[in-house]
Every structure is written in structure tokens, then in C-alpha cells.
Design a protein around this ligand. Structure first.
Ligand code: MBD
Ligand code: FE
Length: 265
């Protein structure tokens, strides 16, 4: 089979097929909506601005990664995955027991004890699996990420950490509960959302990657029920199996003593 694009016919390969299809679908949109020169120029300027602002990773992950993950998840077993997003950074600190995420002395936000268990798809616990966790702070800022506005950045690797599971595949870590995340409104991605009238929020989320030798790593996210954006994530990445129900307590002491009773913490 060959794919036909503008100037001619390309060799039969996957790239040619996909690229030809993308080009043709964009042409179809121009024809269907009878785009004007003015609109074409605005679109061209938009993609230029994306590059200048360094927002291509943000734009791509907000609008397209979920669909790639959906395809990828069709050939995977086990817990649901979710998009990695643009803000994962290699080299987060390895934590020592008891696990506490790197944070400032006065880190704002409610205390969260997050626990779980890493198993293989058939339910066997995986001891010594690696858990990589990262999330935004209470103002919706990720450490190590430059923003196009004048917000103050948290210290390097704030709220980013790596730790291991115990003999039963379990882990527990203390951190703070993130808040819904607003895509920076100061850049072109935010401007696009404003132009089309879509809100720029993702529900509050924890990013997680679990990995262990001999197993396919799992990249996922956890969300919280009662979140106002749980049904309208701008990145479309919420899945029912990833929504946590908080076990709420009034004081950290209460929370801590409850957890100290468990065999692990
Ligand atoms: C995020 O924090 C995120 O997880 C995604 C997918 C896109 C933008 C910001
Ligand atoms: Fe995120």
C-alpha cells in the first residue's frame, strides 16, 4: 500500500501512512470549516508561540497523551495506568524509612499518609519494588519546573521522592494533599483554553511510577473523590479505578497514632 500526500507518493511504511493521514485530516478541517487566512495565521503564530514559551511538552501531554495511554493500556494487565504528564524529573531523592516526601518545614497543605501495595497482575506482592512519587504543592506549583509567570519556585525536588516496598509489597509515605492543578494561564496553552472557553484545571493528583526487575513499569496517577474537577480534567486522564477516598482525621496526632498501629508504619 502507498500513501498519497500533496506532492506525491511515499514508500509504504508506518511513518508515511500516519503522517499522510495527519496532514489530510488537518486539510479536511480547513475545508470543512472554511478557515480564513486570518485564522491560518493565528494558528501558525500559536504553534510558534508554543515553541518560544517551551510549552510543547505541556500542550502535547494535555491534549494527546491520554489517547496514547489508552492505546498502550489495551495491551497491559493490572491496575489502570495514566499519563506521565510533562513534569516528571529523573533523579528524585531516595527516601529512608519512615518515608516522608521532601518538603519545606512550613509546607502548606493537609497532611496525607498515602499507602499502597505493589503486586504483579496476578496479585503476588512484589517486595523491594521501586515507587516514584511526585506532585504539586498547595499552590499548584511543581518543583524543578520553570513557569512563564513570576511565581516563586519551591526548592529543588520538593514533593518528589523514590522509595521501596517492604516484604509484602507495601509502602506508606507522608506528604501533603495537592490541590487541583491549573495549567499556567500566562502562556499560549492557557490562552488557547481561554479562547475556546474551556477551564484549565486538572483535579488534584499524585503521579506514581512503580517498577521492579522482571516487570513492566506502571505509570499512573491517583485522584481524590469530591474533587470539583474529577469529571472534567482538562487532560482527560481520570479513570474510575484511580480515585481515592480520603480517610479524614481532625489532627495529625490522631492520624499518626492510627498508622502506628498498623504493622508497617
Ligand atoms: C500536569 O500536572 C499534568 O499532570 C499534566 C498531564 C499536564 C499538565 C500538568
Ligand atoms: Fe501533574
Amino acid at each position: 500500500m502507498t500513501a498519497t500526500v500533496g506532492q506525491g507518493t511515499f514508500r509504504d511504511n508506518r511513518a508515511a501512512t500516519v503522517v499522510a493521514d495527519v496532514m489530510q485530516r488537518i486539510r479536511d478541517v480547513i475545508l470543512e470549516h472554511k478557515l480564513t487566512y486570518e485564522e491560518y495565521s493565528a494558528a501558525k503564530q500559536f504553534v510558534i508561540d508554543l515553541g518560544v514559551a517551551g510549552e510543547w511538552p505541556l500542550f502535547a501531554d494535555v491534549f494527546f497523551e491520554q489517547t496514547v495511554e489508552q492505546v498502550d493500556s489495551e495491551s497491559r494487565e493490572g491496575s489502570p495506568g495514566a499519563i506521565e504528564g510533562p513534569y516528571f524529573i529523573e533523579g528524585a531523592p531516595r527516601l529512608e524509612l519512615p518515608y516522608v516526601m521532601p518538603m519545606r518545614d512550613d509546607e502548606p497543605g493537609d497532611v496525607l499518609y498515602f499507602s499502597g501495595r505493589v503486586t504483579s497482575p496476578n496479585g503476588e506482592p512484589i517486595a523491594n519494588a521501586q515507587v516514584e512519587l511526585w506532585h504539586s504543592d498547595n499552590l499548584g506549583t511543581y518543583s524543578n519546573i520553570p513557569y512563564n509567570d513570576d511565581r516563586e519556585l519551591p526548592p529543588a525536588f520538593n514533593l518528589r521522592g523514590r522509595f521501596s516496598t517492604d516484604e509484602e509489597g507495601r509502602y506508606e509515605v507522608r506528604t501533603i494533599i495537592p490541590v487541583p492543578y491549573e495549567i499556567p494561564t500566562s502562556g499560549p496553552t492557557g490562552a488557547l483554553l481561554t479562547t475556546v472557553g474551556w477551564h484549565a484545571f486538572r483535579p488534584a493528583h499524585l503521579h506514581i511510577i512503580t517498577s521492579a526487575p522482571g516487570h513492566t513499569p506502571l505509570t499512573s496517577q491517583l485522584y481524590f473523590d469530591e474533587d470539583p474537577y474529577i469529571d472534567s480534567d482538562v487532560a482527560g486522564a481520570v479513570k474510575p479505578g484511580l480515585i481515592l477516598k480520603l480517610d479524614k482525621h481532625d489532627s495529625p496526632e490522631e492520624l499518626q497514632s492510627k498508622n502506628l498501629d498498623t504493622p508497617y508504619f
